[in-house]
Design a protein around this ligand. Structure first.
Ligand code: HEC
Length: 148
């Protein structure tokens, strides 16, 4: 008989376990808080990805001294070296090293070519360089074509 009652009591305990008592509500706060934080973290990641998809245009930096290594090499590498490498040397002009590039930079043909004021318009068959890149070349040539 006592066994019967203990089972009965146990059943009673079970049936009250999930009722919305104050203690059960308290136990819910933690998982809800965790879900809330996870949502914040995941939505943070979402916006990180968006800023990678739509990056800000790099700022054109033509302030201060232009250097051959930092200002000029990236421009000729992206726009000129494909036709004016040491191996190809279109028109006898080479832009992929300082010594050869300084020849056309010093005799004025570099600026005339990219500024479209000379006999040829460079880069050949393509759009004029950006104002930013033109400013870099102009400042570098005006500074005396330094190997810096
Ligand atoms: C698609 C190939 C091509 C690209 C890219 C190119 N060039 Fe040229 N470049 C030539 C050719 C070919 C000549 C020879 C002249 C001609 O046939 O028009 C030439 C000639 C020149 C000359 C000699 C001009 C003269 O007055 O004698 C200079 C300087 C020059 N390029 C600079 C550049 C610079 C700087 C760039 C990058 C901004 C560039 N080129 C990009 C093909 C190219």
């Amino acid at each position: 008989m006592s066994r019967f009652f203990s089972i009965f009591e146990g059943k009673n305990e079970l049936s009250t376990c999930c009722q919305p008592t104050a203690r059960n509500m308290k136990n819910l706060i933690r998982p809800i808080a965790i879900l809330f934080l996870l949502n914040l973290i995941l939505s943070g990641c979402y916006y990180d990805k968006e800023s990678e998809l739509y990056p800000q245009k790099p700022v054109c930096d033509t302030a201060g001294t232009m250097t051959y290594s930092q200002s000029i090499i990236p421009v000729v590498t992206a726009n000129c070296n494909v036709c004016h490498s040491t191996a190809v040397a279109s028109g006898g002009v080479i832009t992929d090293n300082y010594n050869d590039l300084s020849v056309v930079a010093n005799d004025g043909r570099l600026w005339a070519a990219v500024n479209w004021t000379g006999p040829v318009r460079m880069p050949q068959g393509l759009d004029k360089l950006s104002d930013c890149n033109l400013t870099k070349i102009k400042k570098w040539v005006d500074a005396g074509v330094p190997n810096n």
